[in-house]
Design a protein around this ligand. Structure first.
Ligand SMILES: CCCCCCCCCCCCCCCCCC(=O)SCCNC(=O)CCNC(=O)[C@H](O)C(C)(C)COP(=O)(O)OP(=O)(O)OC[C@H]1O[C@@H](n2cnc3c(N)ncnc32)[C@H](O)[C@@H]1OP(=O)(O)O
Ligand SMILES: NC(=O)C1=CN([C@@H]2O[C@H](COP(=O)(O)OP(=O)(O)OC[C@H]3O[C@@H](n4cnc5c(N)ncnc54)[C@H](OP(=O)(O)O)[C@@H]3O)[C@@H](O)[C@H]2O)C=CC1
Length: 519
């Protein structure tokens, strides 16, 4: 067994956000590589009419946990769901549960957050700042605690171009923001939000930066580390390639382009697409847990989990790779053939939105109305464009993240751990792995998100061929109509038309004469 995996044997681990994308993969990997661990406490709230047990049952019965159930058949006995709501000021944990957590926990992984870019500042502060503060307080009372690992984001300081593994001060102290949320009403908060977030694009990145500051100021003697992943994508290899279960980040846009809704996107083609596979982030997180507990660094270390500095892939190349993957793995019932143009200024963006997004949506809604159905495409298109407007910032900027602490940690690992942790995608020598990764990503989206059967691929390809023919037919018809109208109204257009016709006629006559001579 590897050194890191052995460390987690007999440990009691507390994970927040274990029902989320990253949390689930973290829990899976811990059980798979350290089946001897004692217990994983998960802070979880009842949701969508499901009890805690039903939520845990659903996770354990998902495809993600198939391997774990083979390796650790009693995994269900090792998960201890604790009812909690991080939106509540006391986290809504019962006294008995709190007692158990305080006396038993060895390692805390704090993953829970609101990752919505449009979250109201009050909600984002509650989850990303106050809940972090409360958890720190709780952690400080844990008698056996060895490490507290906080998941932040590489974009918490996205207002800077070069970002080091340090905590940057915020203009307004987190404590002042927390206090003000108690007495300011929503209208005033709405008014001051743009001033507070300053040159950050949303409340998410702002409150994640405040969360880091809280860790820095209030962790006291705790052994704390912060991990900053960039754009977390589908898994690279573990537990199997392409696992993904939410539409955040690139996944939603990959679906929208594969289904033919998204046809143009305002993006900087030469900006770096800093996507990092979820298993790469989780492996680093587990290694950081071990290092922080065993080596007890004197100060809080920050680890960047990014790909751009070691193995950069540009948005332009990523777009081409995604489109190439659709050729092999098309999605079913596409609205139009997948094709995405990158636009670079306001005018072309608005133009292509009108031509490629709104016009087809209006035509399709008209067709739905004619056939007695409810129009829906324009609404869907407007939602997609709203989503894109929120993601645009991240596809139009490049950042440089230093990774000294991450590199230092990797060099501290045993050869066995390095084999497991140093996933190839973020190493410089494996640039060509991006194509393989993107193909698996698209396949994963098709299988696990869209729940489409792979047996339907030939039919999906046939559907795309039909769409291509309709596209050619439509363009030819449109050209002829426009041209007919033009030559009916303009003498110049008529002259050009006759010139082209006579040139074609001469060319054909010459061609026929020269073929006759050869015979
Ligand atoms: C060939 C070219 C291909 C190129 C690929 C290019 C990819 C570029 C990707 C750039 C990603 C940049 C991400 C940056 C991540 C920063 C990292 C982090 O720390 S942050 C961690 C990451 N955090 C995030 O990524 C959070 C981003 N997301 C949000 O903040 C919110 O979803 C929202 C505000 C955008 C929409 O809110 P709201 O409308 O109130 O409500 P809902 O949320 O309930 O969804 C409603 C509808 O929107 C739909 N939909 C949702 N997401 C996407 C999507 N990504 N996309 C498309 N569609 C999306 C959804 O399907 C639904 O449709 P329907 O069922 O109604 O038909
Ligand atoms: N995904 C990404 O691209 C990136 C993510 N990160 C960071 O990684 C971490 C995990 O993100 P990710 O897994 O993608 O996010 P998800 O949205 O998938 O998961 C969020 C988790 O937080 C939990 N949570 C939210 N609100 C509450 C609450 N009030 N009480 C209890 N639990 C709550 C959710 O529980 P529930 O299921 O009940 O809603 C869920 O388990 C976050 O800290 C995020 O900032 C950083 C960089 C990029």
């Amino acid at each position: 067994m590897s050194m890191v995996a052995a460390f987690y044997s007999n440990k009691s681990i507390l994970i927040t956000g274990a029902t989320g994308f990253l949390g689930k993969v973290l829990m899976e990997k811990l059980f798979r590589t350290s089946p001897q661990l004692k217990v994983i406490y998960i802070l979880i709230r009842p949701k969508a009419g499901q009890t805690l047990q039903e939520r845990v049952f659903q996770i354990l019965n998902s495809k993600l946990f198939e391997k774990v159930k083979e390796i650790c058949p009693n995994v269900h006995e090792k998960i201890r769901p604790i009812s909690a709501d991080l939106n509540q000021s006391d986290l809504a944990i019962s006294k008995e549960d709190m007692q158990e957590l305080l006396s038993g926990t060895n390692i805390v992984f704090h993953c829970a957050a609101t990752v919505r870019f449009d979250a109201h500042l009050r909600e984002a502060v509650q989850l990303n700042v106050i809940a972090t503060q409360k958890l720190l307080l709780m952690a400080s009372q844990m008698s056996k605690l060895e490490a507290f690992i906080h998941i932040s984001t590489a974009f918490s300081n996205c207002n800077l171009k070069r970002i080091d593994e340090v905590i940057y001060p915020c203009p307004v102290e987190p404590r002042k923001i927390i206090d003000s949320m108690e007495w300011l009403d929503d209208a005033i908060i709405d008014e001051i939000t743009p001033k507070l977030i300053g040159d950050r694009p949303n409340t998410y990145t702002y409150t994640k930066a405040l969360g880091e500051m809280v860790i820095h100021q209030e962790s006291g003697n705790l052994n704390v580390a912060i991990i900053r992943p960039s754009i977390v994508g589908a898994s690279w290899q573990e537990p199997f390639p392409g696992w993904i279960d939410n539409i955040n980040g690139p996944s939603g846009l990959i679906i929208a382009s594969g289904k033919g809704f998204l046809r143009s996107l305002r993006a900087t083609p030469m900006a770096i697409a800093d996507v990092i596979p979820v298993d790469t982030v989780v492996n680093l997180t587990i290694a950081v847990g071990w290092y922080t507990a065993v080596h007890r660094p004197k100060s809080t270390l920050i680890y960047h989990s990014t790909s751009g500095n070691l193995n950069p892939c540009l948005w332009h190349d990523m777009g081409l790779k995604v489109l190439a993957a659709f050729e092999k793995i098309p999605f079913e019932r596409a609205f139009r053939r997948p094709y995405v143009d990158f636009t670079t200024n306001n005018f072309t963006t608005q133009y292509w939105n009108a031509v490629s997004h709104w016009a087809p949506a209006i035509i399709y809604d008209f067709y739905l109305r004619l056939t007695g159905r409810k129009p829906r495409m324009l609404k869907l298109m407007n939602r997609l464009l709203r989503t894109i407007s929120m993601l645009e910032y991240f596809i139009n900027h490049s950042w440089e993240w230093s990774t000294n602490n991450t590199e230092m940690l990797l060099s501290e690992l045993s050869p066995e751990d390095q084999r497991v942790i140093l996933l190839p995608l973020c190493r410089p020598s494996h640039a060509n792995h991006w194509l393989e990764y993107i193909e698996n990503y698209v396949l994963g989206i098709k299988k696990y998100l869209l729940k489409e059967d792979l047996a339907g691929i030939p039919k999906a390809k046939e559907h795309l061929r039909r769409l291509r023919n309709i596209h050619y037919l439509f363009n030819t018809a449109l050209f002829l109509i426009v041209w007919r109208l033009l030559i009916a109204r303009s003498q110049t257009a008529r002259n050009v038309w006759f010139l082209i016709m006579s040139f074609c006629y001469k060319f054909l006559s010459y061609f026929r004469a020269s073929s006759a001579l050869k015979v």
